[in-house]
Unconditional design. Structure first.
Length: 367
């Protein structure tokens, strides 16, 4: 009888321990779920910070990939985008010798269905001598991988692949979190898509040799954002239309060119100077406040308004015998402060609207 009682007690203890273990396991799972969600939120915050802290599109994508590797302890992470002509590796921590294989995954049968159905694909090996289906020259680098096709508004734009050096590394990973991460990659890429376009269409103005406004918002902004604050000066040749009417458009083009040349030769290469549009120019004094540049731009204005630019007349005998007239530009300037991480294009738009609404003024204003 005593043995029976002891046996019952032992069974009860075992059952209690099993129930306790199940409760502890569920608590650990819940903790892990909460921890993964917190990590996901932190990653999203880091993504948003990256958009403001890094200037060029390539730098932003590379930093996003670094964040994924750091936060999720991923061995290898690669983001590949289709640029309209070919697949390009935008970010990876894999050695360059493997890049050809990584940018050709869309041609692998094992991933084609994943791309067509917009669903992730998990591949792994079981034996030591096995290798992943897409590997052609590598055995030891990756032994499991998850492939995520990337879509923007139902348009396929590329893929994200994470890899591990261990077999079955992603068997128990929370794919919901990874889907959120994937969506964040897409959101960030969509956000910076405009900037990517701007960087590619920047060009040189044919009359002045200066960069266009697109340069200001792309590569130029990289220079400007090395500083917390900068001064933006937009100025306009207010009488350019009158010069065109009086002396001809060729003379007007010469005025624009001479104005650009005069300023380009007098400012530091660290300052960004572009022909903004038509009679408007922009100088960004990187890292300099308004008080420090006011006298300088005042001197620029005085020098420009002293210029006497010879008229380009018609090549006729009578024109050659006549004394050529000269045109003098009249300048209206406005200054404002740019803060790193804010919308530079919004600021220049505001300055442009101010100059256009005060077209008859020939002064230096601050807004």
């Amino acid at each position: 009888m005593g043995y029976i009682i002891v046996l019952v007690i032992l069974i009860a203890i075992i059952v209690a321990l099993m129930i306790y273990n199940v409760i502890v396991y569920k608590k650990i799972q819940n903790y892990n779920d909460i921890e993964q969600k917190i990590t996901g939120l932190n990653v999203l915050q880091d993504f948003m910070n990256t958009i403001g802290d890094y200037t060029s599109v390539d730098e932003k994508i590379a930093r996003i990939n670094e964040i994924l590797i750091e936060k999720y302890d991923i061995k290898y992470s690669t983001i590949v985008m289709f640029d309209g002509a070919e697949y390009v590796i935008k970010a990876t921590n894999v050695k360059e010798q493997h890049w050809d294989a990584l940018r050709s995954l869309h041609n692998q049968d094992i991933f084609k269905d994943s791309i067509s159905t917009a669903t992730p694909k998990y591949v792994t090996i079981n034996g030591e001598g096995d290798r992943l289906p897409y590997q052609t020259m590598e055995f030891g680098r990756a032994k499991s991988a998850m492939f995520f096709p990337l879509y923007i508004d139902n348009v396929y734009i590329g893929y994200w692949i994470i890899e591990s050096g261990e077999p079955h590394a992603f068997d128990n990973i929370d794919t919901t979190i990874l889907e959120v991460v994937k969506d964040n990659i897409i959101s960030v890429y969509k956000t910076i898509g405009y900037q990517n376009t701007v960087e590619k269409i920047a060009r040189d103005d044919k009359f002045t040799g200066l960069k266009s406004a697109e340069y200001l918002y792309g590569i130029g902004k990289k220079i400007i954002d090395n500083y917390t604050t900068s001064t933006v000066c937009m100025f306009k040749i207010t009488n350019l239309e009158k010069i065109n009417d009086t002396y001809g458009r060729k003379t007007g083009d010469r005025v624009v060119a001479r104005v650009g040349e005069s300023i380009k030769d007098s400012i530091s290469p660290e300052y960004v100077f572009v022909r903004y549009m038509g009679p408007k120019f922009v100088i960004v004094f990187s890292g300099v406040n308004i008080e420090e540049v006011t006298e300088f731009v005042s001197n620029i204005k005085k020098e420009l308004e002293k210029m006497k630019i010879q008229e380009i007349s018609a090549e006729t005998k009578q024109a050659k015998e006549e004394k050529k007239r000269t045109a003098t530009p009249k300048i209206n300037m406005v200054l404002s402060t740019y803060y790193k991480g804010t919308a530079l294009e919004s600021l220049t738009k505001k300055l442009e609207e101010y100059l256009d609404s005060n077209d008859e003024q020939e002064e230096i204003s601050q807004i």
